[in-house]
Design a protein around this ligand. Structure first.
Ligand code: NAD
Length: 414
């Protein structure tokens, strides 16, 4: 999906919910726009002594429900439009999962693979310091995203602390040694599998007969695969950027992990057939989990999807055109703002642990995550069923928009 259409897709979902909820013009205008958008220059001294100037962004979409919250990505495509779309998505995601945050996103428009680790560290510190006047542990909290990691968060926390003193709650997704939460790494995949379990139960599917194909075997996809298999589901296909693998009786995930460690790809794992990434999407499986890129299920392939349920573990994997085709064909799509909300939920737990200076056990984190995911799943399904003809995505946006609009009204913005 192009960047413009990613933003358009989020805006369309919001506008559709606003129509259905009968939101007035003033509320619509407030929620469609962003609170603050900043662009900063990030001059970067390279190892060869030259200086290169790159641009960084932080967009705060809406903070009616709590401090702004959202990741920072380092990517050549991370321009203001993309960051703006992702910031809005965070507002709707945090509202749906019901954590007391608003929505934000940040980015530095650079290909970090062109930089050494020292250059990336210098750039991270400079970006953080340039945006430091709009962030704060009770104002705007950052997190990892594309090409940023726990290490990036550690540098950010350290840089912020130089002026403000030790402030671990300024970022989430930190290393556990520096105040990160147990369970954060697995959280998005775990949340996906919690939703899978509830959906399978609602459909009356037996786990052992429920076959699953997962596109993407990174953080989200690999945890989703492992945890789904541990619950007895049959994971028959996974893929990465080099291609996919298929074993109709179920993959041996230990063998997949071992092959990935040795070769850098899942492709070629002994005992599996090699398939293409496009082929994976149209396999005859019960559940399809796109967990890599946006826009992969679109008007070109939506009529060939054979799964009964799609779980959007990636952000925007199903385009709006594909969404209507799938709805007409009776394929259920559970939306990204529900399915992949486990990450921001455990980020919220990390933030609360940092503010309280008290560490939870992994069991506490996982149990609380389960409660939050199940409640959000139920609210989406109930809303979709009550309203008869709306999709789970429309139901999810209605709930989110209603919550944010209500908070904005109570604060006296409207
Ligand atoms: P990751 O970088 O760890 O993994 C991405 C995976 O996708 C890798 O296996 C990679 O090889 C594969 N991939 C890349 N290009 C591909 C292609 N063209 N075809 C097929 N596979 C391809 O990323 P991640 O953290 O697992 O995130 C995956 C998706 O989930 C992204 O859309 C991200 O925005 C979304 N997401 C992640 C989190 C989180 O907590 N990590 C939270 C919410 C949403």
């Amino acid at each position: 999906m192009s960047k413009a259409s990613a933003f358009q897709a989020v805006t369309d979902c919001f506008q559709h919910a606003a129509d259905q909820l009968g939101l007035g013009d003033a509320t619509r205008e407030l929620l469609a726009g962003t609170y603050r958008e900043i662009r900063v220059q990030v001059p970067l001294r390279l190892a060869n002594g030259t200086v290169r100037t790159v641009y960084g962004y932080r967009v705060q979409h809406n903070g009616a429900r709590g401090p702004y919250k959202g990741g920072v990505r380092f990517h050549q495509d991370a321009d203001l439009d993309e960051v703006r779309a992702l910031a809005a998505l965070m507002t709707w995601k945090t509202a749906l999962i019901d954590v007391p945050f608003g929505g934000a996103k940040g980015g530095v428009q650079v290909d970090p693979s062109e930089l050494s680790e020292t250059e990336v560290e210098r750039m991270t510190r400079r970006y953080l310091s340039q945006v430091s006047y709009v962030i704060g542990e009770r104002r705007d909290i950052m997190a990892p995203d594309m090409n940023t990691s726990a290490q990036t968060m550690a540098w950010m926390m350290d840089e912020y602390g130089r002026k403000s003193g030790h402030t671990p709650a300024i970022v989430t997704g930190k290393p556990v040694e520096l105040g990160g939460s147990y369970g954060r790494e697995a959280a998005t995949g775990r949340g996906t599998v919690i939703v899978l379990g509830k959906a399978a139960a609602d459909h009356g599917w037996d786990a052992a007969d429920t076959t699953i194909a997962i596109q993407g075997y990174g953080n989200v996809g690999s945890w989703a695969a492992r945890l789904a298999a541990a619950e007895g589901f049959r994971v028959v296909a996974v893929s990465d950027v080099r291609g996919g693998i298929y074993a109709p009786d179920g993959l041996d995930l230990d063998a997949v992990d071992q092959h990935l460690r040795q070769s850098g790809s899942v492709v070629g794992t002994p005992g599996t057939d090699t398939i293409g990434n496009d082929e994976l999407l149209t396999l005859d499986v019960t559940v399809l989990v796109p967990a890599a890129l946006g826009g992969v299920i679109n008007s070109d392939n939506a009529d060939q999807i054979r799964a009964s349920l799609i779980l959007e573990a990636a952000n925007h994997p199903v385009t709006p055109e594909a969404d209507s085709i799938l709805a007409d064909r009776g394929v259920e799509v559970l939306p990204d703002i529900l399915v992949n909300a486990g990450g921001v939920t455990v980020s919220y737990f990390e933030w609360t642990q940092n503010l309280q200076e008290f560490k939870w056990t992994e069991d506490q984190v996982n149990e609380q995550l389960r409660r939050q995911m199940v409640a959000a799943y139920r609210s989406v399904k109930d809303r979709a069923e009550q309203n008869g003809k709306i999709t789970p995505r429309q139901a999810a946006f209605q709930i989110s928009v209603e919550r944010v609009a209500s908070a904005a009204k109570l604060r006296g913005y409207l």
